[in-house]
Design a protein around this ligand. Structure first.
Ligand code: NAI
Length: 248
């Protein structure tokens, strides 16, 4: 039987990149998936490509939009077993040169967005005894030049995951996070010029030396699928590092 047979899954930021790969692999492994993104065109295209059960878009910075998208997903799916909080943005800047507005913005998406989606999904997950997978990063476990506020947001995601897992254990809801290293998406493409300017070395060399190769979105999706599945029924409050040894 496929690993996620019959599971009802909602993935934020699944119009592109890692979220898209998660939505696709969940579908391949037997789940019914509702795709969601702030970019409606990308979400529609992903849903068509992967044979999703539907689309329920939201910008995760807008709590009302998140609540209605989660409700719509539960309506389309007849309930909800899994929330994947994947939507996230990067900012490339030395920490103390970053504007306060930009600092608020990244926290608004990566931290507050994760928080409001967890809250919106909880009533449905209580009914299904479902689970949540949050997208952190190895950047949340250590410091990285140019990614100061991003590191702080992803550390916060790990802590939100731990606390929610402990609080919701009695309700039978599991909450885990994944912490990928550099993966092959548009986000990393956007970061390369700034990294190369600081390190004065080709980004490919850094990746080859530190993590062997770029991760693929599917490398990350495989672990998300495991955490979302019943095989991980005793795994909660954890954060899984997937980085080719970058942080080892
Ligand atoms: P990406 O930039 O390639 O794709 C992000 C997707 O999320 C896009 O479809 C975008 O429209 C959507 N999105 C952005 N802001 C949103 C918002 N406010 N509301 C709803 N949707 C929104 O990014 P990528 O690389 O796929 O990253 C996905 C997640 O994985 C992010 O949380 C990122 O921080 C995390 N991550 C990425 C790594 C990488 O190397 N690419 C490494 C570690 C973590």
């Amino acid at each position: 039987m496929p690993e996620l047979d019959g599971k009802r899954v909602f993935v934020t930021g699944s119009g592109a990149g890692i979220g898209k790969a998660i939505a696709a692999l969940c579908t391949e492994r037997g789940a019914r998936v509702v795709v969601s993104d702030r970019n409606a065109e990308a979400a529609k295209q992903t849903a068509g490509e992967i044979g999703a059960a539907g689309v329920a878009n939201c910008d995760v910075t807008d709590e009302a939009q998140v609540q209605s998208a989660v409700a719509r997903a539960a309506e389309l799916l007849g309930g909800l077993d899994v929330l994947v909080n994947n939507a996230g943005i990067e900012v490339s800047s030395p920490l103390l040169q970053q504007s306060t507005e930009s600092f608020d913005k990244i926290f608004g998406v990566n931290v507050r967005g994760t928080f409001v989606a967890m809250k919106a999904a909880t009533p449905y997950l209580m009914e299904s005894k479902g689970n949540i997978v949050n997208m952190s990063s190895v950047a949340g476990l250590g410091g990285s030049p140019l990614l100061g506020s991003y590191c702080a947001t992803k550390a916060a995601v790990v802590q939100l995951t731990r606390v929610a897992a402990v609080e919701m254990r009695a309700a039978g809801i599991r909450v885990n996070a994944v912490c990928p290293g550099f993966a092959d998406t548009a986000m990393v493409e956007r970061l390369v010029p700034d990294f190369e300017a600081v390190t004065q070395a080709p980004f490919g060399d850094l990746v080859a030396a530190k993590q062997g190769r770029l991760g693929t979105p599917r490398d990350i999706a495989e672990v998300v699928v495991f955490l979302a599945s019943d095989r991980a029924s005793w795994v909660t409050g954890s954060h899984y590092v997937l980085d080719g040894g970058l942080s080892a």
